[in-house]
Design a protein. Sequence first.
Length: 367
Amino acid sequence: MTRKNRFLLGLIALVLPVVLTAQNPQGESGSLQHQINGLQEKVDRMPKISGFAQVLFEQPFENGKAVDNTFRMRRVRISVDGKLTQRLKYKIQGDFVNSPMLVDAYLKYAICPEFALQIGQFKTPFTLESPINPLNLEIFDYGDAVRGLVGYKDVCGVGKLGRDIGIMATGTLFSVEDKGFGIVDYSLGIFNGNGINIVDNNMGKDFAGRIEIHPMLKALTLTGSLYYGDYFVSDLQKGARNRYSFGMQYNDDRFLVRSEYLSGKTGRMKEENPFVPNDFFSKGYYAVAGYWFQFGKKERQQRLMPVLRFESFEKDTHQVGSNVYTVGLNYWPVKSLNFKLDYSLIQAPKQADNEKHRIVAILSYKF
């Protein structure tokens, strides 16, 4: 509940008893409580408007010299979410960096903690890193392997923002009630396979699924995910779009470590025979670690995380890949403001010009 809604509900709760008592001196406590509960339910169902904006500065270096740098808006998101009933939730989110674009739009009906259905446009359940909100990433953006195999800048050229249109079942199994988590979280979905805001152009559908296991420890996550589908390599020919990943994360709100391996098989056309598909394989992995330092008073607590990250990605295992080493700082001076500063060394071992550098600073504000 937002601060404004809490204030409104508190004000109503203070005033309403006085008004009702004046109208009904004898009063019925049950009736009063019923009306307060009704107001609480109405406040809970009020749409909640939130969002965030990110401005980025990037300074690349090539051959030891600084090249063109730039400021740019990275993301400007506004979302509306709420409840239609206690079990039925909705969310609509748009991005406004270049032109208005629908990012998320879905309904989620929770039948029980073990089973819920979600339908609309949303992130596909693939990998451990992709579901993380961009604000909460340790560095300025998702890694190359995640962007290349999850539909951000997919190696097959299909997809955007890691999202698609479809239906998904989610749930938590084997809940540990005294510790507030479940041992197994699952997400299984069927999607068009064409990305956001695009209707399907074939009879087939893509499958994506992720299983997360918390082995009696909430901070520890072991995960595996699968994406199985296809896409049109040309107007006449389909090619494979199959990926899998597995990884682990430990995050106790102080110490964080996350690592993941991704692999993919993608169809393409041979130039000498445009009707014979030719698959190529991609693979990548990353490891990131950080530690939160917290200081200041509880109501104005500041948080600072030094970050180390290594990642490797081969778009085509028969061609040149790259390694990226990143050192960064992730700073929250207040809950609504975040600043990240990252330095990256980018190496392509098999290229003559095999080393580049990059400094990225990104400022994020959420409301």
